[in-house]
Design a binder for this molecule. Structure first.
Ligand code: ZN
Length: 300
């Protein structure tokens, strides 16, 4: 059973619900050291996806992760809700990827792995990734169902039909198998997603989800992909802020009010403890921890 522990490094403040320079500093000073310490203790190698933005404001974040020997990937340039990949055409996506890749590669050397901010991609993304030298993507969460709890939730209904095992997507749809050269390695989900947010809101749901995912992996060799963020390892100093972004009342209640209140649960040392438990349980179930590039080579 292969286990890919993946980390999206961005300057987003979960309690403040916005991008924030101080959060970038805190990620470097507190969030990353806490997380890197856990991974070092368990002796596992992971993939860290960086936004170009956080590297421009605090380049030390990337240097620190490199010092620990983890693999580096790209999480777009901007993490702004107004600049998601699914709102861009092919040429805009290529420009955005080039800009982000250049910023990261100046420090990290060649990179090949991509995950879109907010997991928002469209039919142009695969072609854009090929044209900018990437070879893996991990932006699809097959069979994850968010209901009204995230923005763009209608578009994410497409996840319900995506293949479960890693696949090469078609140029017409990222959710279908096809002839591209980008290996899509889906984030583990089964109705609930196997990510830090679920883990912090309900450690019990994550344990139940693991039973299912681990059994499936033994049966079908589907790799386990967990999505986590160093900013989840920062203590919440204030309560949740309610930045109203919804387009209608239902989206406001679910996506803005309820979700934001839940999203601050177990931030900081709670998250650090819970992620250690995820690693321990996975090791007990026989997991072998690999990076995206390790996995791609294994599949060749
Ligand atoms: Zn992100």
């Amino acid at each position: 059973m292969y286990f890919l522990m993946t980390n999206d490094v961005e300057s987003f403040s979960i309690p403040l619900n916005k991008l924030d320079y101080n959060t970038a500093r805190e990620v470097y000073k507190v969030g990353l050291p806490r997380l890197l310490d856990v991974y070092a203790k368990h002796d596992i190698k992971c993939t860290f996806y960086f936004t170009g933005e956080i590297i421009e404001s605090v380049p030390e974040t990337l240097e620190l992760v490199l010092d620990y020997g983890h693999d580096i990937g790209c999480h777009g340039f901007s993490h702004s809700h107004n600049r998601t990949f699914d709102s861009m055409n092919l040429y805009e996506q290529i420009a955005e990827l080039k800009k982000a890749k250049h910023t990261i590669e100046k420090i990290a050397g060649r990179i090949y792995d991509f995950r879109a901010p907010a997991l928002r991609i469209n039919e142009f993304t695969i072609r854009a990734l090929e044209q900018t030298g990437f070879n893996t993507d991990s932006s699809v969460a097959s069979q994850r169902f968010d209901g009204p709890f995230t923005f763009g939730s209608k578009r994410k209904l497409k996840w319900l039909v995506a293949p479960r095992n890693p696949y090469y997507p078609s140029y017409d749809s990222v959710m279908k198998k096809g002839a591209s050269n980008i290996l899509e390695i889906p984030i583990s989900a089964y109705f609930f997603s196997y990510i830090g947010t679920t883990m912090r809101i309900s450690p019990l749901i994550v344990k139940i989800l693991e039973k299912f995912l681990f059994a499936e992996s033994q049966r079908t060799e589907k790799p386990i992909v967990f999505l986590f963020h160093p900013n989840e390892c920062l203590d919440a100093k204030t309560g949740a802020a309610f930045a109203r972004r919804a387009n209608n009342v239902v989206e406001y209640i679910f996506a803005d009010v309820i979700r934001n209140r839940l999203k601050v649960k177990n931030l900081g040392t709670g998250a650090v403890r819970l992620i250690s438990e995820v690693i321990k349980r996975s090791k007990k179930a026989g997991a072998e921890f690999v990076t995206m590039q390790d996995y791609r080579k294994l599949m060749e």
